[in-house]
Design a protein around this ligand. Structure first.
Ligand code: ADP
Ligand code: G6P
Length: 472
């Protein structure tokens, strides 16, 4: 095996197995913000990615992707059920998102979590050069930093959590809370999306493990573990360049025509997840239609909701409820050839997604809780002419940076309706001032700036970064 100086470890590889329209087997880009953030970053860097390729069974041998080596970690049926669908996505995911759905605790899931984390740690240990840098991602792998440190004390180890880290009152529910904190503390640097999360973590390590901690540094025996907020971002310049392509502009024109050339297009793009506030948003929209504040012919809502984690009960229930809600609203308020909501549950290629961003007069991003939300940032980057209103939940990590958005509390139905109307009725001048400020911010704070700030904090001597070369 060829060893690399930088190894990213994430539950998912950036490519996933899938079936092409002609029925043939194909590899395609995996869903979700983590992959979309990290993938552009590693291009042309001597790096490896350790992760799961989707599905069960023996690990397939994957080709390099843009020069990045793919190391597949296999999951069998029990691992999939108890680690991925269980402890990761039915215990940690709801707990970390304000318990908007009830987290479940099962001892068998914890055993699977440990077992799978050990497998990932072993794979990372086998892939990293002596003295290399390993960057572990997200809530599926919180034990990996500690396990890896035991296997390879020579490495610099980073951990980044893409999702929120909850306040102590919630985290204290976890039966294996001490082990999870200790696992993360195997890292040299622990990165969060927001300063509040770093604060929650520092409080917890003192409360649960009795360690001396500030929001920046934690003493673990002889070692000092550093902690900080590093809000993840997007490749802003690439997104702007794609949005400016003539074929995207053509596609956007066609889409607008196909929608009946309405005065106003509202767009939402989410994974089908109960954290995204889809039901609340649809309810607000229904009430606006019922009161006549919004009329079907003038305004259309396009809701993209790509299915996600679809074997987990809470996700199946959500999908059924959303589809029922969409059907009801269309039945009540649509006309022949003029649905109130255009509902699409398909993955799209980048061109299609960006064409949708280009036609959206209002982009409604209203999660109940979200670590960051890259869709909000992608929309801003795609609006080079400073048109377009971003309606953004206060509970998305992005709200801490995009303060010029129309901010709403998605739990407050009336507030959500008012926010939507304010965004729909905003003057072009107001929209332009806000959009320009947000675009300028994202040009300075893009994915490359994020990686630079995180990796230079992790590699304080700079020796590894010199070996990696520029990350942009
Ligand atoms: P999460 O990570 O929770 O899914 P984010 O908003 O941070 O939420 O990231 C979602 C990512 O997935 C974005 O980069 C977005 O462009 C992409 N995405 C969302 N829906 C689709 C879709 N239907 N087809 C293709 N990509 C999508
Ligand atoms: C979020 C998580 C990622 C995850 C993605 C898609 O962005 O932070 O770790 O990969 O959602 O979810 P999935 O379960 O399909 O990997």
């Amino acid at each position: 095996m060829r060893l690399t100086p930088l190894v990213v470890v994430a539950n998912r590889l950036p490519i996933d197995d899938g079936v092409a329209p002609d029925g043939a087997f194909e590899w395609r880009r995996s869903p979700g913000g983590l992959v979309n953030a990290l993938h552009p970053l590693l291009r042309h860097t001597p790096a490896a990615w350790v992760g799961w390729a989707g599905g069960t069974g023996p690990a397939p041998r994957l080709p390099d992707v843009d020069g990045v080596r793919m190391h597949t970690v296999p999951l069998d049926g029990d691992d999939l059920r108890d680690h991925y669908e269980g402890f990761a996505n039915a215990t940690l995911w709801p707990l970390y998102h304000d318990a908007v759905e009830q987290p479940e605790y099962h001892r068998r899931w914890w055993e699977a979590y440990q077992r799978v984390n050990q497998r990932f740690a072993a794979a990372a240990a086998a892939a990293a050069e002596p003295g290399g840098l390993v960057w572990v991602q997200d809530y599926h792998l919180q034990l990996v930093p500690g396990l890896l440190r035991e296997l390879r004390p020579d490495l610099r180890i980073g951990f980044f959590l893409h999702v929120p880290f909850p306040p102590p009152e919630l985290f204290m529910q976890l039966p294996r809370r001490a082990e999870l904190l200790r696992g993360m503390l195997g890292a040299d640097l622990i990165g969060f999306q927001r300063a509040q999360a770093a604060h929650n973590f520092a409080q917890l390590v003192t409360k649960v493990l009795g360690l001396p901690a500030t929001d920046r540094r934690i003493g673990v025996g002889e070692r000092v573990v550093r902690v900080g907020a590093f809000p993840v971002s997007i490749d802003t310049a690439e997104m702007a360049a794609l949005a400016a392509r003539p074929e995207v502009a053509d596609r956007a024109d066609r889409l607008r025509q196909d929608l009946g050339d309405p005065e106003r297009v509202i767009l939402s793009v989410d994974r089908m997840d109960y954290t995204k506030g889809i039901e609340q948003r649809l309810k607000a929209y229904r009430e606006l239609l019922a009161s006549g504040d919004v009329k079907v012919r003038d305004t259309v809502l396009v809701q993209v909701a790509v299915p996600s984690r679809d074997r987990v009960a809470q996700y199946q229930i959500l999908r059924d409820r959303v589809e029922h809600q969409v059907g009801r609203i269309n039945g009540e308020f649509g006309r022949v050839g003029e649905p109130a909501i255009h509902y699409l549950s398909q993955p799209f290629d980048r061109t299609e997604l960006i064409a949708l961003y280009r036609i959206a007069d209002v982009m409604a991003v209203t999660p109940l809780r979200d670590g960051m939300n890259l869709v909000a940032k992608e929309y801003v980057a795609a609006r080079a002419d400073d048109t377009g209103a971003l309606l953004l939940s206060e509970f998305a990590g992005a709200a801490a940076e995009l303060g010029q958005a129309y901010l709403v509390n998605p739990h407050d139905l009336d507030g959500l309706k008012q926010g939507l109307l304010a965004a729909l009725r905003a003057t072009p001048e107001d929209v332009a001032v806000r959009m320009r400020a947000m675009r300028e911010y994202l040009h300075r704070n893009d994915i490359h700036a994020w990686a630079r700030s995180y990796l230079s904090a992790l590699d304080q001597t700079g020796s590894l970064l010199r070996r990696l070369g520029p990350t942009d």
